[in-house]
Ligand binder design. Structure first.
Ligand code: R5P
Length: 283
């Protein structure tokens, strides 16, 4: 039985369809003081697969509530799929006195599940913070599906850390080169991008990354490419968080299109990760 978190309803339905399983009836409510209530009235299955991205604090609480609710209703086997894991980038105590937030949330999630499934977490090492077994799914290849008729394509990562994603998307597309820029984070939200020596004039460039959050990284890379004569510039990301004015920044920089998956359900979620997550759930 698939149990959707409020912000992962389309993906949970897609997974239910892939797996031939049913979707639980869920209710999401909020008390006058702001506290959330996620519930599964009538739930009576032995196994539960909760699907809940945690792009907000409320989503984390709802996930914990759904885990507790299915256990309370008698589920003996609980799997927790976190398509987008919030706080995963806070994987170190960056200053004295800071928490390792990814570890704190992972521990909380681990208490009421038998297994966890993550999709392209920022670093795979985040799996070590969970006290339950973790499977990691690489869904980057799905990003090639909405792309077609690219001219002399270049799949580019805005920093060397995301080159694997560029290579995976290129391989799935079946044609093109890969390359990466250098990125230095100057402050919390400001980055400096240094281009490579690859010639991108007249080419279609697909910039790939695990996440677009504020859009700063992508928009700076796009600006370099458009100023240098690239033909069309696409942004492809597994997790289209698109916080605050990210979309406007990218449009102003001159992008052709943003392509994302449904780990975070946005207007740009052109492709589902369900076909690559489902086989892991069947194991
Ligand atoms: C960082 O290493 C990540 O891969 C992304 O490049 C980063 O999180 C994107 O953040 P923003 O959109 O805020 O620049």
């Amino acid at each position: 039985m698939l149990v959707p978190g409020a912000s992962s309803q389309a993906l949970a339905a897609a997974l239910a369809s892939e797996l031939g399983e049913s979707l639980a009836a869920v209710e999401y409510d909020r008390f006058p003081d702001g506290e959330t209530l996620a519930a599964v009235p009538g739930f009576d299955a032995d196994t539960a697969t909760i699907v809940a991205s945690t792009a907000s604090n409320d989503a984390y609480i709802e996930l914990l509530q759904l885990q507790d609710a299915v256990r309370e209703a008698g589920a003996e086997d609980v799997t927790t799929v976190i398509p987008y894991m919030g706080y995963a980038r806070q994987d170190k105590a960056f200053e004295v006195g800071h928490p390792i937030s990814a570890r704190a949330v992972a521990r909380a999630v681990s208490t009421t599940t038998d297994r966890v499934v993550l999709v392209n977490p920022h670093e795979d090492a985040v799996a070590d913070f969970f006290d339950a077994p973790v499977d990691i799914v690489d869904a980057a290849g799905q990003l090639a599906e909405p792309l077609s008729d690219l001219h002399d394509p270049l799949f580019l990562s805005p920093d060397d850390g995301a080159i694997d994603i560029a290579e995976t998307v290129r391989d799935a597309y079946g044609d093109g080169e890969t390359d990466y820029f250098e990125k230095v984070r100057k402050s919390g939200t400001d980055v400096e991008i240094t281009p490579s020596e690859t010639d991108f004039e007249g080419r279609d460039v697909v910039i790939t990354d695990d996440i677009i959050a504020t859009g700063t990284t992508m928009s700076k890379a796009v600006a370099v490419l458009t100023a240098g004569g690239a033909n069309r510039v696409f942004c492809a990301t597994v997790h289209p968080l698109l916080a605050r004015n990210a979309r406007t920044k990218l449009c102003r920089a001159g992008i052709e299109r943003i392509v994302g998956t449904d780990t975070i359900e946005r207007e740009v979620s052109a492709v589902s990760v369900a076909p690559v997550v489902a086989p892991v759930l069947e194991r």
